[in-house]
Design a protein around this ligand. Sequence first.
Ligand code: SF4
Length: 385
Amino acid sequence: MNVAVISIPQAVPISPSDAVRLILCHDDDLPELLAAARAAKERFKPGVITYSRKVFIPLTNLCRDYCGYCTFRRDPGEPGAHTMTPEEVLAVTRAGEKLGCTEALFSLGDKPELLFPEMRDTLRHLGYKSTLHYLEAMCELVLRETGLLPHPNPGLLSTEWVGRLAAVSPSMGLMLETTNANLLEPGRAHDNAPDKVPAKRLRTIEEAGKQNVPFTTGLLIGIGESPEDRVDTLLAIRDLHERYGHIQDVIVQNFRVKRAIPMAHWPEPSHGEMLRTVAVARLLLPDANIQAPPNLSAPYYEELVDAGINDWGGISPLTPDFINPEMPWPHVEQLRSRTEAKGCELRQRLPVYPEFVSAVVSRSGLLSEKLRHATADDGLARRAA
Ligand code: SF4
């Protein structure tokens, strides 16, 4: 018989030293850690797990960075390299609308025009000065022409661009990934990825805080960082949230190996490491939305509920996960039955979380009008699944 020897603090949020101790805990102690995390989740949002029904819009997969784990990015001329036209954006968004989607998730490479003359030509042809100008116009197009709400993931942003994109989207996102700047060294995950400098990403997230923009961020585990780095990354997010109150969601994402990436032979983090990290995130941030993608933990993804998540992130009934295309999202009905088996109801949310809706609705203009229309009385999606 295994006897758990770990002591779990009763009070949350836990201290940084307790977080490091717990993230390194022995397998035998995992049930006790998970029980504490699940209890904290139930105090925060009892009996409910949310998801966002979305379409995934890979606006351009050209990118000036070369992250070692990325299967999304392309150079111009490579098979699959593509920048979507406005017609393609509208077609996929309208198809998603028919399937009850409420989020248009814009994913794109970071500033490809700085590196590639081909992207500068594409943008000139489309009539825009930069990828961000084009993104802004496509968010506005989706907002104007459909009932979906844009949620851009555009990479690093200046003060001006945080404000401009906030005018056409109720929320946005940027994964911090890690605070470990050593991953920028030659041969490591962020070698030749100038937009992955942790201090720069923290600045963008802070700028969103200064402008009261509901913001999604998170960490990517298993890319060469240590468990202590994971705690440090969570603490950096917590610090920004304590200062600005704008972090609507913390994603814990696990690296999955793929063929044809520089890290094709890199070991994946174990399921236990994922559960420990989610549980520690919950105990460090007891009143924050914590999300983990189910497709990256299949087939055991429902165990993430035991570790304290309260959200599955974006699930699309239409478009594949272009970031992890070999790992399909579960069908919503399977997600619902597995969520219910863990004692929770599955509810559809908007890209902006309920606790942040009123601040965005109080602004004037099209964004406020569309958000008000999409929101039910409880702040979740009006067309609740
Ligand atoms: S992860 Fe993002 S920034 Fe890195 S190469 Fe891929 S698209 Fe570019």
